[in-house]
Write a protein that binds this ligand. Structure first.
Ligand code: PLP
Length: 457
């Protein structure tokens, strides 16, 4: 794959990039000075840039490349579908074969309460759909005053008006008038941040109790739904204590509130199950998915709709005035079907649960002895560590870095220079590698991370 590098004039591409391309979530001035790194090809867990340098992609692109790069089978499926029928909409009493087959497949692999699917092209659109769908549900049920959705600080649910509002990122809320009305936030279940003086189990119950407090503050008859990522991804791989999600479920059930899990990162094997809710033993009413459904080969997202909501929409709701031109796009659905076939044939979900997941967790935990590492946490095939200025025996006694230093970005810079992609979120360094990794590749990655931590010291 690195041979493609020869065909690219890096400086020319960087100049055009700086002149014309406004990148998402990027300070344009920052990128203009350095020049963006031009990624030209990928194979397995590796990427190559336009100068022929190889990078181990510890982030699966952007949490999506579950089956790894270079899957010609997906390319072939996409090509065949493009020739057969590149597009037709599924509005107005028409449908298409890949969309129907994918809906049936998603129902087959998801928990039993899910029998219906609504398609979008991204996770953000999926979460916009959630906002409209849960409010529509309560309208149909004759309780239109139930329109408030509770989410969490530091959650990421996308970047559209509704997705960015559901998310709890202050940087997003500061720009463009978010959050929209009727969305409120509670604290995140981050033990390192909030659990001083409590065991992890106690803290899980404390963090869940914030939901009940918020419900009582808003008024139980006004709350439509609670939404959360099973493991918060973009917020820094925040893995809740085992007591958290069952307690969240109990509180939602007590007040009759819809429970939504955002499975955009945690779905399709990331936590060793098809969906992350299964790892934590919760039964959501709705689930958002995207990313891993196609392993990012083609954009696709959607909402799995549980029977409680589906029955109301279908039996009592009439037309739901919502949808996108590309809902159920046949090419995207063909890519997803082939991607899911690969996950099944290679047993990647089980592999994460029983083989490479436990191996990564054991190897990642060894990083906790590094002088820069306050704690190293992992779950399934995601992991995060927090960088500290001064280590202590207990995680809550570690001395944090001054936020202005941006130690994460310094560490990330060393990673990049040494051929490793690891993401920095404040002082947390995180990974979510492809689910195809071998033990040897995990060893290589852990060694690279340790090397770059040494360089950051
Ligand atoms: N939800 C979660 C949990 C995500 O991590 C993301 C993206 O990272 C989204 C939603 C938004 O998905 P998209 O970028 O496809 O709109």
């Amino acid at each position: 794959p690195s041979s493609q590098a020869a065909a690219v004039d890096t400086r020319a591409i960087q100049a055009l990039d700086a002149a014309h391309y406004l990148h998402p979530f990027t300070d344009p001035k920052g990128i203009n000075q350095r020049g963006a790194r031009v990624i030209v090809s990928g194979q397995g867990i590796y990427l190559w840039d336009s100068e022929g340098k190889r990078l181990l992609d510890g982030m699966s692109g952007l949490w999506c490349m579950n089956v790894g790069y270079g899957r010609t089978r997906i390319a072939d499926a996409v090509y065949a579908q493009m020739q057969q029928l590149p597009f037709y909409n599924s509005f107005f009493q028409t449908t298409n074969v890949p969309a129907v087959q994918l809906a049936a497949k998603l129902v087959e692999i998801s928990p039993p309460q899910f029998n219906h699917v609504f398609f979008t092209s991204s996770g953000s659109e999926g979460n916009d759909t959630i906002v409209r769908m849960v409010r529509r549900y309560w309208d149909i049920k004759g309780q239109p005053e139930r329109h408030v959705i509770i989410s969490r600080h530091n959650a990421y649910h996308g970047s559209t008006m509704a997705g960015g509002s559901l998310g709890g990122m202050s940087g997003i809320h500061e720009q463009g008038g978010l959050p929209i009305p009727g969305i409120v936030h509670i604290g995140q279940p981050y033990y390192v941040e909030g659990g001083r003086g409590q065991s992890e189990e106690e803290f899980g119950l404390t963090a869940a109790s914030w939901l009940e407090q918020k419900i009582l503050e808003v008024g139980a008859d006004k709350v439509a739904a609670f939404i959360g990522e099973p493991v918060q991804g973009a917020g820094g791989v925040i893995i809740p204590p085992a007591t958290y999600w069952p307690e969240i479920q109990r509180i939602c059930d007590k007040y009759g509130i819809l429970l939504v899990t955002d499975e955009v990162i945690c779905g399709f094997g990331r936590l060793g199950h098809w969906f992350g809710c299964e790892h934590f033993g919760v039964k959501p009413d709705l689930m958002t998915f995207a990313k891993g459904v196609t392993s990012g080969y083609v954009p696709l997202g959607g909402v799995l709709v549980g029977d409680r909501v589906a029955q109301a929409l279908i039996e009592e709701g009439g037309e739901f005035n919502h949808g996108f031109t590309y809902s159920g796009h046949p090419v995207a659905c063909a890519a997803a079907l082939e991607n899911i076939r690969i996950i099944e044939e290679e047993g990647l979900v089980q592999r994460v649960r029983e083989d490479i997941g436990p191996y990564l967790q054991q190897r990642f935990a060894t990083l906790a002895d590094h002088p820069l590492v306050g704690s190293a946490e992992s779950c399934g095939f995601v992991a995060g560590l927090n960088l500290v200025k001064k280590k202590a025996e207990k995680v809550h006694d570690c001395e944090p870095f001054d936020a202005t230093l941006d130690v994460g970005m310094i560490c990330r810079g060393h990673m990049f220079s040494n051929g490793m992609i690891m993401r920095a979120v404040g002082d947390r360094m995180i990974i979510a590698p492809p689910l195809t990794m071998t033990h040897a590749e995990i060893d290589e990655m852990i060694a690279l991370i340790r090397l770059c931590l040494d360089k950051t010291l």
